[in-house]
Ligand binder design. Structure first.
Ligand SMILES: NC(=O)c1ccc[n+]([C@@H]2O[C@H](COP(=O)([O-])OP(=O)(O)OC[C@H]3O[C@@H](n4cnc5c(N)ncnc54)[C@H](O)[C@@H]3O)[C@@H](O)[C@H]2O)c1
Ligand SMILES: O=c1ccn([C@@H]2O[C@H](COP(=O)(O)OP(=O)(O)O[C@H]3O[C@H](CO)[C@@H](O)[C@H](O)[C@H]3O)[C@@H](O)[C@H]2O)c(=O)[nH]1
Length: 484
């Protein structure tokens, strides 16, 4: 990053109250961004058109489950962080406006940009001085140009606003830490003026002063280092976001393919992934085999990226294959359940985990929810527990055939088998002996390779996981025996 920008940002911060920021959209991204921007010293006003959400936030209640968010919100004064339903009020009270509304998938796979369009039009009507409009939502390439056109069409003078792409890379469940300790900050803009404002906003992270101020705070990563600020064109910034998500999804589908091979070869995918990941060019992360990726990002972003590539005339067969492998994971796991349980009708199954991953209440595109739906359709009786996602799951699952309990062991009471579907770390702590007492049969299907396989087998469980042999390790696998 050019030093001149750092100097400017430090001058801004020593002389003032930080930047006046508006964040439009109080969801997983907008709310975390708003609270974190206030935390690093800015004056933030956060907007949502969901009046009930805004009322809850004004009363200090957090509408989502996200570690450290409530704690950080409580640290902010009413002067540093406010909530409103009025975009106009927020825009007038700010120098930078972050758009963080949803971009859900359309039937044709493309991202639905109607929320962004609506917000951009509303922002246009309230611009009363120079503003930087920041595209934080995940959007296809050239969306920032399109937002600029909306502003112009609504009478905004080109000198009154610049549109910047600043994609967000936080993960749900670790959103606060990811936001405050990012691997990189991408700013896509052709405007030096806008770039200076963005440099000033992220200044306390870029110069490390925020990490010194909050040294040893448990919501920061251990020994955080100042992230690099990467300036690109808006188009590159937009592509960096989609390309990153697609690459991470590709890693997951790759390891799930390796898992299928491990099962046939009698190898252990966790050992294979660990051995691969020690190569720094590969890395350990995103090599956990399981039910496949879900959530509000990877499935929709892959679709949008693939549709975009297809439209550009690029061969996107690789991306389609990533999706196809992912879609097969649930059927593959259903096959494992059937192979042990035979007829599923009237079987009572304990389900641990409904969220799309541990650490969140979000069930959007949750593989666990998809699997539970199939089990219900086959006539199973489900007793479910999730530490945070039971309310959100209730909204999307059928009412019949499923009940919810308040703790993991109660779910197992008299069940024919246990299914672990989400990687909540606390599930790892459950005592196998206590499980055995509760379950009618000691059968465990672990779709996240979360439990200690050896311990489970030692304790006499029929333990089925992903990419690991269900039989004794040294026994020659059936498929290979047949070939010999
Ligand atoms: N969830 C993540 O982990 C994550 C991470 C990085 C990027 N993203 C991207 O960020 C964007 C937002 O994702 P999210 O998960 O926070 O979505 P979300 O659905 O949780 O939140 C979106 C919010 O925007 C509000 N909203 C919609 N239209 C509005 C309008 N006209 N005016 C004011 N508010 C409005 C909604 O009420 C909602 O509260 C998406 O593009 C997503 O792809 C998400
Ligand atoms: O090794 C792995 C890692 C993840 N997953 C699954 O992949 C999905 C996504 O997980 P994760 O990436 O941790 O959560 P998200 O909150 O969806 O975050 C992703 O999507 C966000 C929205 O774009 C990006 O900002 C983040 O960088 C990107 O990691 C979940 O179903 C996980 O269970 C695996 O199956 N194996």
């Amino acid at each position: 990053m050019p030093n001149r920008n750092l100097e400017l940002c430090m001058m801004d911060r020593s002389g003032g109250q930080g930047t006046r920021i508006a964040v439009v959209g109080c969801g997983y991204v907008g709310l975390v961004a708003a609270v974190c921007f206030a935390e690093i010293g800015h004056s933030v006003i956060c907007v949502d058109n969901d009046a009930a959400k805004i009322r809850a936030l004004q009363a200090g209640q957090i509408p989502i489950h996200e570690e450290h968010l409530a704690e950080l919100l409580a640290l902010q004064s009413s002067a540093s962080l406010r909530f409103t339903t009025s975009i106009a009020e927020a825009v007038r009270a700010s120098d930078a406006v972050f758009i963080a509304v949803g971009t859900p998938p359309l039937d044709n796979g493309h991202a639905d940009l109607s929320f962004i369009e609506e917000v951009a039009a509303e922002i246009s009507g309230a611009i009363d001085s120079y503003k930087v409009i920041v595209e934080k939502s995940t959007v296809p390439v050239y969306t920032s140009d399109w937002i600029s056109k909306i502003l112009r069409r609504n009478g905004v003078d080109p000198s009154a606003a610049d549109v910047v792409s600043n994609p967000e890379f936080l993960r749900e469940g670790t959103a606060v830490r990811d936001f405050l300790c990012p691997d990189r900050i991408i700013v896509g803009t052709c405007s030096d003026q806008a770039f200076r404002v963005m440099t000033s906003i992220y200044g306390p992270l870029l110069d490390g002063s925020y990490y010194r101020r909050r040294a040893s705070a448990d919501f920061l990563s251990h020994n955080p280092t100042a992230p690099p600020l990467v300036r690109t064109s808006p188009a590159s910034a937009e592509l960096i976001k989609h390309a990153s998500n697609a690459f991470l999804a590709l890693k997951i589908s790759y390891v799930n393919t390796i898992a299928s091979m491990c099962e046939i070869a009698g190898a252990d995918v966790d050992e294979v992934a660990h051995g691969m990941g020690l190569d720094r060019r590969i890395g350990q992360q995103f090599l956990s085999a399981g039910l496949g990726y879900g959530g509000s990002c990877f499935p929709k972003d892959l679709k949008a990226f693939r549709s975009l590539g297809h439209e550009m005339g690029v061969d996107v067969a690789l991306l389609r294959e990533v999706e196809r492998i992912n879609e097969r994971q649930i059927d593959g796991f259903m096959g494992k359940i059937r192979s042990i349980m035979w007829n599923l009708r009237n079987k009572k199954l304990a389900v641990l985990g409904l969220a799309f991953k541990g650490g969140t209440d979000d069930v959007r595109e949750s593989p666990a929810i998809k699997l539970v739906r199939q089990l219900l359709a086959e006539g199973c009786e489900i007793v479910a527990f999730d530490p945070a996602a039971m309310t959100t799951a209730r909204r999307v699952l059928p009412e019949e055939g499923i009940s919810y309990v308040d703790n993991a062991l109660d779910a197992m009471n008299d069940a024919d088998a246990l299914l672990v579907l989400t990687d909540w770390p606390e599930f790892r702590e459950i005592d196998p002996q206590a499980m055995k007492v509760q379950l009618a049969q000691p059968i465990v299907f672990d779709a996240r390779n979360l439990l200690d396989r050896e311990l489970m087998m030692q304790r006499g469980f029929t333990y089925v996981s992903i990419g690991r042999p269900a039989v004794e390790e040294c026994e020659e696998p059936v498929a290979l025996r047949r070939r010999a």
